[in-house]
Design a protein around this ligand. Structure first.
Ligand code: GCU
Length: 417
């Protein structure tokens, strides 16, 4: 069954690429000039971290918000937490599990989400934590039969799709390894925050905010990626109430569309001390100007509910974007950032993902931190781990045990010394 779905996905991807004229040829990458990280809009050179923080960083945040991901509303909505289960003997006694219902409300309407946490029992006191969304429901990340289905399961589940069955995404969540190495993990199904279909906007948390009008969307209004980023910050708000969690050691890990959201969350919310982008590709770590693999036009066509409307003006005109993705990565400095690619994941442009991490270097160097030194890609399975990290592994678009090994090593390096 799994192989059958794998084959279908592969065929669909091939057809889409053929239809959409996708470039996979490095020699056809156009010559490009990246927008300068360290030159302010008024032409001034940025030479200090103060100037970066006071002048350039806010300028770039504004450009990403107004031109790409949409603005995160400043207003707040109420969030209540209800502990649904707590089991001190989860994972054969190795961990304590918790399921917590988040109830978002604006007074008239409510939306619920479900957080699943595992906290190691062996380590006493506060522990660092990985936050990350799952794609197919908390129940898909584990065989633990007490783990509940996502509240929007009935709305988004693809009929008979095996990935949605209990435990079918366990390979993407190395819970054993994470717990054995002394980290907690907190996951939520991303559909709980914004069910990933344009027609389900009314079921998203976006619909709870003041001024929401489905018939009238402002060109810089936030969409799904913005909402997912916002939701991960709400997970952090909750973690701040948890006595076992070390809130100075929060990492966020996002795969693919969630890698895009993780980078945007990390850019905005400085409580994320490590930001990890796994195969995030177009609109995530990959440089738009390379036009390799998925492009702005393709992503805006296939996922019209991910980016703000303003972003559509850059379809087939990536060179006119006032930003590129190395600047998104630089917004995370001086916090730590890690970008990962997969060799066969050409759709996500591994070289473009690497180059973004590389070109974020000047800001990390401004802080006296270690950036990626060379624009030559590291060999397969040879991670680079300074304050900016990167690896490329063999295989396809996915999150694997190997990826987690690297993320845990990177976190050990920055959280345990
Ligand atoms: C599609 C999409 C990508 C995205 C990926 C995913 O392939 O084109 O931009 O990253 O889905 O989220 O798995």
């Amino acid at each position: 069954m799994k192989t059958y779905f794998g084959l279908i996905t592969w065929l669909v991807t091939i057809c889409l690429c053929a239809q959409q004229n996708v470039n996979y040829d490095e020699s056809k990458v156009p010559a490009y000039v990246l927008p300068d990280l360290l030159q302010a809009n008024n032409g001034e050179k940025i030479t200090s971290t103060t100037q970066w923080e006071k002048q350039r960083r806010p300028e770039l945040l504004e450009l990403f918000a107004s031109q790409m991901y949409g603005r995160t509303p400043e207003g707040k909505i109420d969030v209540a937490y209800e502990t649904v289960t707590e089991n001190p003997n989860a994972m054969n006694g190795k961990a304590t599990s918790k399921q917590v219902r988040f109830i978002f409300s604006n007074g008239n309407k409510k939306i619920e989400a479900l957080l699943l946490m595992y906290i190691p029992n062996k380590t006493k006191g506060k522990v660092p934590v990985f936050v990350g969304y799952n794609f197919k429901g908390n129940h898909s990340t584990t065989l633990d039969t007490t783990v509940l289905y996502s509240p929007v399961f009935h709305l988004v589940k693809e009929p008979d799709h095996p990935d949605w069955e209990r435990g079918n995404q366990t390979s993407r969540w190395s819970y054993d390894n994470i717990i054995n190495r002394g980290y907690a993990v907190a996951t939520m199904c991303y559909h709980d925050i914004y069910p990933d279909k344009p027609e389900l906007r009314d079921h998203s948390i976006v619909s709870l905010f003041e001024g929401y009008d489905p018939e009238n969307i402002a060109p810089d209004e936030w969409q799904a990626i913005g909402a997912w980023a916002w939701g991960s910050s709400r997970i952090v708000d909750f973690l701040e109430t948890q006595e076992r969690i070390d809130c100075d050691k929060i990492a966020i890990m996002g795969h693919s569309r969630q890698g895009k959201a993780a980078l945007w969350a990390g850019a905005q919310d400085e409580r994320f001390r490590i930001v990890i982008s796994n195969d995030s590709g177009c609109g995530g770590a990959a440089l738009f100007r390379r036009k390799f693999g998925e492009t702005a036009a393709i992503i805006n066509k296939n996922f019209p509910h991910w980016f703000c409307e303003n972003f559509r003006q850059y379809n087939d005109k990536e060179e006119t974007l006032p930003v590129d993705q190395h600047q998104l990565i630089a917004l995370i400095a001086p916090r730590k950032v890690y970008v990962a690619s997969a060799q066969e994941d050409l759709w996500a442009d591994p070289r473009g993902e690497f180059l973004s991490a590389y070109h974020a270097g000047p800001v990390y160097r401004l802080y006296g931190l270690t950036a990626i030194e060379s624009d030559g890609m590291p060999d397969l399975h040879k991670p680079v781990m300074g304050d900016v990290g990167y690896h490329i592994r063999t295989g396809k678009h996915d999150v694997t045990e190997y990826d987690w090994e690297c993320y845990l090593d990177f976190a050990d390096r920055h959280f345990k010394n």
